[in-house]
Design a protein around this ligand. Structure first.
Ligand code: AOF
Ligand code: ZN
Length: 343
């Protein structure tokens, strides 16, 4: 369904903008052509459907609406999208996910049917099958969905022995990573990775927003020269146990309360929960990965395994890892994943 794919591309523009509302995209289609597009605006602003219908104007009359999430039918901070759809005289609605919000779930289909509008659930495109996994989780548990990612060589190393950065995975995996990053509102790395790899953590090569950057610096001092501090809007958030004099004014500094990793991790997750963040992407090195796995406070893990061997280097596995399944095969890499039930 090409138009649903287009609606998801729209939805990506709302990630990191619309939270705590879900990031939704919509397109209005008439005679095989897109005549209106829209995505969810900042909270209190219009929903995706309203934006797309405004964009289409008169052309919405008799048209089909493709929307990534079941349209809302309740008065929240904004009026129901079902009203806007009925008023615009849309003929048919396709949506790709049922809204778990109890005020909405399953109700819009009947309201639209009563107005003579057929609405139908259709499965999302393959790439977006897990797109609303984090939103569903947030609605159910009021907590962010935590996704971990690490890349290893065929012989299980994540870096050379001297910790010098080395490109392990290939081009297709880099695109996969960019596409993964753009679905998260926040991305977190450890202080060790920040210092060794000096990453930018931006979304490049594909459309989408770069997530808010977060560094868990622990007891490491970070210099202001890192790429992470080049962009000051929004400022990168740095959690540390020590003051970071070099980062005053260029980062959002937060002091961690404890010497215990799990306590600190809970504190970070609470902050994200309060902000209404649905998905946290974590790109870890060996130490942080093992600490998070040990804490049990994570939801999904991705391991990119390259066909390339390093021969020697920094290993990350300690036996703590869950059993994983291959979910994607590329020319140079395979992606393995596991999910754990966490309430
Ligand atoms: C839609 N389209 O783009 C979004 C929806 O308080 P409100 O009025 O902004 O409503 C928020 C709820 O609406 C949110 O909890 C979720 O159930 C739904 N989000 N619905 O039709 C959208 N973002
Ligand atoms: Zn709505």
């Amino acid at each position: 369904m090409i138009f649903l794919q287009e609606a998801f591309e729209e939805a990506l523009k709302a990630v990191g903008v619309s939270f705590p509302n879900p990031a939704v995209g919509a397109v209005v289609v008439k005679e095989g052509k897109i005549v209106g597009r829209g995505h969810t605006q900042v909270v209190h602003g219009p929903h995706a459907e309203v934006m797309a219908l405004r964009d289409a104007g008169e052309l919405a009359n008799g048209a089909t609406l493709f929307v990534t999430l079941e349209p809302c039918c309740h008065y929240g901070r904004t009026p129901p999208c079902t009203n806007a759809i009925i008023q615009a005289k849309i003929q048919r609605v396709f949506f790709a996910h049922r809204d778990p919000n109890p005020l909405v779930l399953g109700k819009s289909e009947r309201i639209l049917a009563d107005a003579g509008i057929v609405s139908e659930y259709v499965e999302p495109p393959q790439e977006f099958l897990r797109y609303y996994e984090a939103y569903d989780y947030f609605v159910k548990y009021q907590r962010p969905f935590i996704e971990l990612k690490i890349a290893e060589s065929a012989d299980g190393f994540i870096a050379n022995a001297d910790r010098a950065p080395v490109q392990i995975s290939g081009n297709e995996a880099s695109i996969w990573t960019a596409k993964w990053r753009r679905t998260a509102e926040c991305i977190l790395i450890g202080g060790g990775t920040a210092l060794a790899d000096n990453p930018r953590l931006t979304v490049r090569g594909v459309c989408g927003n770069s997530p808010q950057r977060i560094v868990l610096a622990g007891a490491r001092l970070l210099p202001r020269t890192l790429h992470l501090f080049e962009m000051t809007s929004p400022k990168t958030i740095v959690y540390s146990r020590i003051p970071q004099p070099d980062l005053k004014e260029i980062a959002e500094l937060k002091i961690l309360p404890s010497n215990d990793f799990t306590e600190n991790w809970k504190c970070i997750l609470r902050d994200l929960q309060e902000k209404g963040i649905h998905r946290l992407a974590v790109e870890t090195g060996a130490t942080l990965m093992q600490k998070i796995l040990k804490s049990g406070l994570w939801n999904r893990i991705y391991v990119i395994r390259s066909q390339k061997k390093l021969g020697n280097g920094l290993a990350w596995r300690s036996g703590n890892e869950p059993a994983m399944q291959c979910i994607e095969k590329f020319q140079d890499d395979e992606i393995f994943s596991a999910i754990q039930e966490l309430h």
